[in-house]
Design a protein around this ligand. Structure first.
Ligand code: BGC
Length: 768
């Protein structure tokens, strides 16, 4: 049974009723972020029940020393982790000296939570009866500003319902936090100073080893019935913690509120010596603006994001809520302003995956950011990898590669590999292909070839070198083969000739050769620079070509399909439909050994290749491969359903595409994988966007033009999306009867709809 407590709503994620069993799931689902920092939806006041505390700062990490049973040469020394950072949301509340703690209250009624996606805030309200029988009604609103991205704000409002009382608010900053995920139970932070200046508070800390300096700050105001109060406060300092204490009397029916402005400034953006001044400036901005104005600015800033990124779905509230949740979370995780940041699979919603960068960004996230933001954002994501090229070369050297060959890390914070399971670190090398594919995809979509001569070509050369060195010539097959790899399907390890890996390797070499020729012709200066730097010579190019022309691909004549890897047909092929439901998910029910021997596929593998290189194959071939592989795919990676949704739509199987769509878009909301407590699946959310735009909308870029092949799921009245294509915005609205295009630009564009070329003029609806 999937979880189903989230109330359907078009613009909000809603929970009703307090249930301690759901607290951790909701902490993930109601997470907030602003692209620079983010946090789980932990309660502000003390909560003694089960909870998973998390507040994260983009780019601030700790190299947690690797812990493995059998150390293998080439393993990275550490696994980088985005850390649970000092807590600034804390506001302990005492009513007549009794602590407010939802876990110990006599009664909690009318509990609701809302993640308001339109305006970008989290709100929680409830009526609680404390152990001392005082009844209070609480409404706590919190957001992380996307306008001033070092700032967060909380309005914690209490109405006393049944008596006159004294309320004590204790807003605090706590640097004494730990990570749930820590290999050696070490502390990751050291508090340097706990400091106050009037009612401004600061906790200065640094991460151990990486030495990121962070100043966590706060300032609070007390209001009675909306009027600011001049309340005396006391302060308590401990080694890691600063607490201010405000006591106020309130009569029955009065509303008391504590407004807390807080956040982080770090030495990634300020001089260390300026961290207190910088924090103080943010606080001045906050207190001068006030909560309502900040919230208003937040709403306006989110409205701008939605203006471009929104997808509407009429006639299916759950599907609508699903897509908006995905778009919202992606924007909370990454807004593209800083090329040092990236999109971790859990974003700012949990610790798993270390908050680091995976191939997910290149394979899944780039299209979303390219189409819904300025193209510079996607370029920043590409530049992130360019900036890590030297580290990727070092990484390959550690494994014995030479001559500037690069292996990009499976997982990284700063360019260094930080994954340490041999079958993935050393073998899941297909990730290198995604780096090049993203460059190709960017150029295809934006038409901005300049990225290649300026930066991309160096990356491509280093990767082509890697592939050429990674294969070996098989006399037996008279072809180049690639041994000992793990494909995208991680339920197979150390296989030979994973079709996807061989295919993308060949393609990377060919695309690199083609790009070298283009750069030589059109950007001679860059060509000279890159050739000088890489010392590439004709002999090497000839070797690459020899490999690309003679790559081996496992194929089954009998089934008419490429085989996922050598020996795949030795497996017992049993469709999942015949597997007892109690056996799933197999990664929670079966031993690893059993999984490896089974035919079951975790996520698109051969089909991932068919997705990337759709034009290389006929529809018939796609259909054959889809029918062969999908029935044995368990979709136990969040990245799987979206690819299948797009392909099912292309094959005209709209119903199946819709099922996959729901699965990807509501993966977390309905907790399909039964693990949402650990955080949300952020990167696959971009796949949800693709399922609509590329799947149902059938959008592709062909020969510098957009093309569409729209279909619509039965339950939907219509859906619409917008794409920024080469600095013009095209809105597409699809219903069963027609598709309407609207261009917000200045120049007419030619697009292809259902195979026919048509012209769309600016600011005129065009219906097909
Ligand atoms: C998937 C990988 C993915 C990673 C992070 C794994 O479960 O198999 O393809 O990169 O999760 O999302």
């Amino acid at each position: 049974m999937n979880q189903d407590y989230i109330q359907p709503n078009e613009w909000s994620i809603l929970e009703e009723g307090f249930d301690v069993e759901r607290v951790k799931s909701s902490e993930s689902l109601f997470s907030i972020g602003n692209g620079v920092m983010g946090q789980r939806a932990n309660f502000e006041e003390h909560y003694s029940g089960p909870s998973f505390q998390g507040s994260y700062i983009g780019g601030v990490y700790y190299p947690d020393k690797t812990k493995v049973g059998w150390w293998k040469n080439g393993y990275p020394e550490y696994f980088a982790k985005v850390l649970n950072a000092p807590n600034w949301i804390g506001i302990n509340v005492f009513v007549n000296d009794e602590a407010l703690d939802l876990f110990t209250c006599k009664k909690v009624e009318d509990f609701t939570r809302e993640l308001n996606m339109k305006a970008g805030f989290h709100r929680r309200s409830f009526v609680a009866t404390l152990p001392n029988d005082v009844e209070i009604s609480v409404t706590a609103t919190r957001f992380l500003s996307i306008v001033e991205d070092e700032l967060g704000a909380i309005d914690f409002e209490i109405e006393v319902l049944n008596s006159d009382v004294e309320v004590r608010f204790e807003p605090y900053l706590d640097g004494g936090i730990t990570n749930t995920d820590a290999n050696w139970e070490e502390r990751f932070w050291k508090t340097l100073e706990v400091k106050s200046e009037g009612n401004k508070g600061f906790v200065l800390s640094k991460t151990l080893k990486t030495e990121f300096h962070v100043n966590t700050f706060m300032q609070s105001e007390v209001l009675l019935n909306g009027e600011k109060q001049d309340v005396e406060f006391t302060e308590t300092k401990t080694e890691d913690k600063l607490t201010f204490s405000y006591s106020v009397k309130a009569e029955k029916g009065q509303k008391l509120s504590l407004r807390k402005y807080a956040g982080y400034v770090t030495d990634m953006n300020h001089k260390r010596s300026d961290l207190v001044t910088a924090a103080s400036k943010v606080l001045d901005y906050a207190t001068n603006s006030g909560f309502s104005k900040l919230l208003q600015e937040q709403k306006e800033a989110w409205a701008k994001i939605w203006e471009m990124a929104d997808i509407t779905i009429e006639g299916d509230v759950k599907a609508q809520q699903g897509i908006r949740f995905n778009i919202f979370q992606l924007n909370q995780t990454y807004l593209g302003k800083d090329e040092r940041l990236n999109i971790g699979p859990k974003g700012f919603t949990g610790e798993k995956y270390g908050g680091s960068t995976y191939w997910d960004t290149e394979a899944y996230c780039i299209p979303f950011y390219m189409a819904t933001k300025d193209h510079q954002v996607a370029r920043n994501l590409l530049t992130y990898r360019y900036n890590h090229l030297d580290k990727a070369i070092e990484n390959a050297e550690k494994l014995g590669f030479i001559n500037g060959a690069a292996l990009y890390p499976m997982v990284t914070m700063n360019g260094e590999e930080s994954h340490n399971e041999w079958e993935i670190t050393f073998e899941e090398i297909h990730r290198n292909g995604a780096m090049v594919y993203a460059i190709y995809n960017y150029v295809r979509y934006t038409g901005d070839f300049t990225y290649i001569p300026e930066k991309g070509l160096e990356v491509m050369i280093a990767i082509a070198r890697f592939w050429q060195q990674r294969v070996n010539f098989s006399k037996n097959k008279n072809k180049y083969v690639m041994l000992g790899v793990t494909g995208p399907n991680e339920y197979e390890n150390n296989v030979h000739n994973n079709w996807y890996t061989n295919y993308i390797a060949k393609w990377c070499i060919e695309y690199c050769l083609e790009s070298i020729d283009k750069v030589k012709d059109a950007y001679p200066e860059d060509y000279e620079r890159v050739m000088g730097k890489t010392k590439l010579n004709e002999g090497e190019l000839a070797k690459w070509k020899e490999v690309a022309d003679n790559m081996y691909f496992p194929y089954s004549e009998e089934n008419g399909v490429f085989l996922q890897q050598d020996g795949f047909l030795d497996k017992e092929i049993l469709p999942i439909a015949e597997l007892d439901k109690t056996q799933r998910p197999i990664n929670q029910k079966w031993s690893w050994d059993r999984i490896l021997r089974s035919c079951y596929i975790k996520q698109a593998d051969v089909l991932q290749g068919f997705y990337f290189f759709e034009d290389h194959f006929s529809k018939n071939e796609l259909e054959k491969h889809f029918d062969y592989y999908e029935p044995i795919t368990v979709h136990e990676s969040s990245l799987s359903p979206c690819v299948h949704s797009i392909q099912a739509a292309l094959l005209g199987r709209t119903k199946q595409a819709y099922e996959f769509y729901l699965r990807t878009s509501r993966l977390d909301l309905d907790d399909y994988n039964k693990e949402v407590e650990q955080g949300c699946h952020i990167t696959s959310m971009a796949g949800t966007w693709m399922s609509i735009v590329e799947g149902f909308g059938g959008m592709r870029v062909k020969n510098d033009k957009l093309s569409f092949n729209p279909t619509i799921p039965e339950d939907w009245e219509s859906y619409s999306f917008k794409v920024n294509f080469r600095d013009q915005v095209l809105k597409v609205k699809v219903s069963a009867e027609k598709t309407v295009f609207q261009l917000e630009g200045e120049n007419a564009i030619e697009i292809n709809v259902n195979g026919k070329s048509v012209e769309v003029n600016p600011n005129q609806e065009f219906a097909v």
